[in-house]
Design a protein around this ligand. Structure first.
Ligand code: NAD
Ligand code: UD1
Length: 348
């Protein structure tokens, strides 16, 4: 049986990925510092597996710790080898992800996102684990490129978070070029993952104040607060920004396709987006309609660093990974609503 190490596995996307891998028969090892997540995710994953009548207790192991801690990570790789169950691949989600915070604390972002990844790579190399999937972001394309974005565009990141992601991509590419025979690194650039696991038992529960639109919509609904829409004067059909929202379960499916693909050794980048644009107003209206509720909102001024339209060209992932996103915006909104109504306080 294959063993997969998931860094950041109690986070939003990592937790959904861990569950999916377990259901497919993989052994899963999670590393997370819980700086932006709750350990309760582990019991929820086990609960879902039990409800599905899958006796997989023992196939999921959680280790609390920091990806920058060399000896902590090394011990995990070493123990797996000593127990004749080496780690076959790593899916590396762990990182800091707030654009706003990255402008205030850039060193933290370079340290966790870049130094943390270098640490992990050194240990993977030492213990002969040569298969990595990395979480990058559409933000590496920046504001100046024209959508829909193809992977071949020259990246132009504009904030420390985005720059740290591009820096890791560059390191990974250099690493592969340094004659790393038999290594395969797949770099996935996510657009705007939203929604939750259909059970309503896994979802997005940021410990810090959220600044992404979807958790803020859920927050506005559950706390009866007003949502501020950043600008109604953008050059779009209704004046609000357009984004490529994608269901978190489709993002997970992209990782499974990447992991199980027969791509040869080397470095690959793929966009994970639907290729469909949705404006902020359309997102709110869809959320209201499918859930039969109302969200209070108000227009405010544009957010610094925002851009009018971000849409993926996902043809490369379709062609090379045979990955086709399945869930539409209505499903994303229903599943997000299901999560927040079942867990108004998140994992607490
Ligand atoms: P998340 O914050 O929910 O998950 C990240 C996890 O990493 C958290 O559980 C956090 O506790 C953990 N972590 C952070 N620093 C750590 C450290 N030093 N050591 C160990 N664990 C640490 O975020 P997410 O939305 O699940 O995103 C996962 C990855 O995908 C991140 O790298 C993020 O930058 C990237 N990404 C996310 C989005 C998005 O919109 N969610 C978009 C593009 C890219
Ligand atoms: C943001 C980041 C991006 C990161 C991505 C995923 C910025 C400028 N960009 O992208 O680098 O990869 O998150 O983590 O921060 N909106 C509102 N009101 C709100 C919040 C958001 O109107 O309170 C609007 C925004 O203007 C935007 C859309 O909603 O048009 C989506 O915003 P968000 O969820 O933050 O994602 P991105 O801007 O795409």
């Amino acid at each position: 049986m294959k063993k997969i190490l998931i860094t950041g596995g109690t986070g939003y996307i990592g937790s959904h990925t861990a569950l999916n891998l377990l259901q497919r028969g993989y052994d899963v090892l999670i590393i997370d510092s819980n700086i932006n997540s709750s350990q309760k995710v582990i019991s929820n994953i086990n609960f879902i597996l039990k409800k599905l009548d899958l006796d997989l207790i023992g196939n999921l192991i959680f280790n609390k710790g920091d990806i920058r801690d060399y000896f902590f990570i090394e011990n995990i790789f070493k123990n797996c080898i000593e127990n004749n169950s080496p780690i076959n691949a790593v899916i590396h989600f762990a990182g800091l992800k707030s654009v706003a915070e990255s402008k205030i604390k850039p060193l933290n972002y370079w340290d966790v996102n870049v130094a943390g990844t270098i640490n992990l790579l050194k240990i993977m190399e030492k213990y002969n684990c040569k298969n990595l999937i990395f979480s990058s972001s559409a933000c590496v394309y920046g504001e100046k490129n024209k959508p829909p974005f193809k992977e071949s565009l020259m990246p132009r990141p504009v904030n420390p978070y985005a720059k740290s992601k591009l820096c890791v991509e560059t390191i990974l590419e250099d690493f592969i070029k340094s004659n790393k025979n038999n290594w395969r690194i797949i770099n996935l650039r996510y657009f705007n993952p939203i929604g939750s696991h259909h059970s309503g038992l896994l979802g997005e529960d940021p410990l810090n104040i959220p600044n992404n639109i979807f958790p803020l919509i859920l927050n506005a609904y559950i706390n009866k607060e007003k949502l501020f829409i950043f600008g109604n004067d953008w050059p779009t059909k209704d004046g609000t920004c357009i984004r490529d929202y994608i269901h978190v379960e489709d993002v997970v499916e992209g990782h499974i396709k990447a992991l199980e693909s027969n791509l040869k050794f080397g470095f690959y980048s793929f966009n994970l987006g639907t290729g469909q644009g949705t404006s902020v107003l359309e997102l709110i209206k869809t959320f209201e309609k499918v859930n039969n509720i109302k969200i209070k909102y108000k227009f405010s001024k544009r957010r610094d660093g925002d851009t009018a339209i971000l849409i993926a060209d996902n043809s490369l992932a379709k062609k090379k990974l045979n990955w086709y996103p399945q869930k539409d915006l209505c499903q994303m909104c229903k599943d997000g609503f299901n999560w927040i109504t079942k867990n108004p306080n998140g994992y607490n």
